[in-house]
Design a protein around this ligand. Structure first.
Ligand code: NAI
Length: 335
């Protein structure tokens, strides 16, 4: 369309920002018909890096890119925003206690929620990438009472894509054949990657895994001992192998999340952390990953799935961690 979509990217001078900006400007996120205006938000130490990225965006001559502006002030950066990609966060560094980390992030995501509440466009949609992503989204949403809570989400699409990648490799099938895989819970090591409802070119994944590993018990053993921990700890594996954290894959997952949210999920469900309505026993208000479909520009939690005892326990463990985080930020007065 002629009116550009305004996208505010926080932490735009960081690594994921650098991988994200050029794909957004190329049209990979909102399609080849939609022009974009990019508001890059950084803290003062990050402003030069964001300005450098802005120069390179100019040098890329993307026809869909209408404006790039760099800010160190959240109110200005979110003014008129249709999309907020909240990437910048206080990193977990050695020796930092969880309470201190949550407090530091509360100091970021609270004011950003307020800025969104005060000045974003009526159709604002937010995805939080910066960790701890689910609880940072909870904090931002709590500071934006005039924005419908369902517009605040956190990224678990990277975990979802990692699960697809591992299944495709194990089953020796193209990744594009896989459907109905789910990440439940927190974007953390407690997450539950669930293949019970998965299909590959229409065949049930559990049966394919049983055939591949020599029976249902062997398949379950592979899921518990290999697949689930590998997906949940893939971030650490990337750091070990690459010598640096997941960046391009995180940016790709962010693109996927927003694209599907805006354009819909005609091929069935994906995973996203959304505000719970109590579905599947996840306490209302927690930002938890679910199987979701996007219909008319809104995420809907897929209803009515069978959840067996194994899955129920795994989901409960991750949800308990989310409840702990919510209690901690309540205790700190952050929500
Ligand atoms: P980075 O350290 O390269 O970049 C972060 C940027 O955020 C820095 O430029 C910093 O100056 C900026 N920043 C910090 N506080 C800010 C604030 N209040 N406002 C605006 N900008 C601010 O880190 P990287 O690699 O880009 O990762 C960013 C975040 O994404 C981290 O929290 C990381 O843990 C998280 N992450 C989440 C994933 C997910 O699947 N949800 C996957 C990978 C990373």
């Amino acid at each position: 369309s002629r009116t550009p979509v305004t996208i505010t990217i926080t932490g735009a001078g960081g690594q994921i920002g650098y991988a994200l900006l050029f794909r957004i400007a190329s049209g990979a996120m909102l399609g080849p018909e939609t022009s974009v205006r990019l508001n890059l938000l950084e803290i003062p130490q990050g402003v030069r890096a964001a300005e450098g990225a802005a120069l390179e965006l100019q040098d890329s001559a993307f026809p869909l890119l209408s404006h790039v502006d760099v800010y160190d002030d959240a109110a200005r950066a979110f003014s008129g925003a249709n999309l907020g990609l909240l990437v910048g966060a206080r990193p977990r560094t050695a020796g930092v206690e969880r309470g201190d980390l949550l407090a530091a992030n509360g100091g970021i995501f609270g004011p950003q929620g307020e800025a969104i509440n005060a000045g974003a466009a009526d159709d604002i949609r937010v995805v939080v990438v910066g960790n701890p992503a689910n609880t940072n989204a909870l904090i931002a949403a709590a500071h934006a009472p005039d924005v419908p809570a369902e517009r605040f989400t956190a990224l678990t699409r990277l975990d979802h894509n990692r699960a697809l990648g591992q299944l495709a490799e194990a089953l020796e099938i193209p990744v594009g054949e896989l459907r109905q895989v789910t990440i439940w819970g927190n974007h953390s090591a407690t997450q539950f990657p669930d293949v019970a409802h998965g299909t590959a070119a229409g065949d049930p994944v559990p049966a394919l895994l049983a055939a591949r590993f020599g029976g249902p018990d062997a398949a379950q053993e592979w899921l518990v001992d290999e697949f689930i921990p590998r997906v949940a700890k893939r971030g650490a594996e990337i750091i070990e192998v690459r010598g640096s954290s997941s960046v391009a894959s995180a940016a790709a997952a962010t693109i996927d999340h927003v694209r599907d949210w805006v354009a819909g999920t005609p091929d069935g469900w994906t995973s996203a952390a959304v505000v719970s309505d109590g579905s599947y026993g996840v306490p209302e208000g927690l930002v938890s990953s679910f199987p979701v479909e996007s219909v008319d520009g809104a995420w809907r939690i897929v209803q009515g799935l069978d959840v067996d005892d194994f899955a129920r326990q795994r989901i409960a463990a991750s949800v308990a961690e989310l409840e702990d985080e919510r209690e901690a930020v309540r205790g700190l007065g952050l929500i």
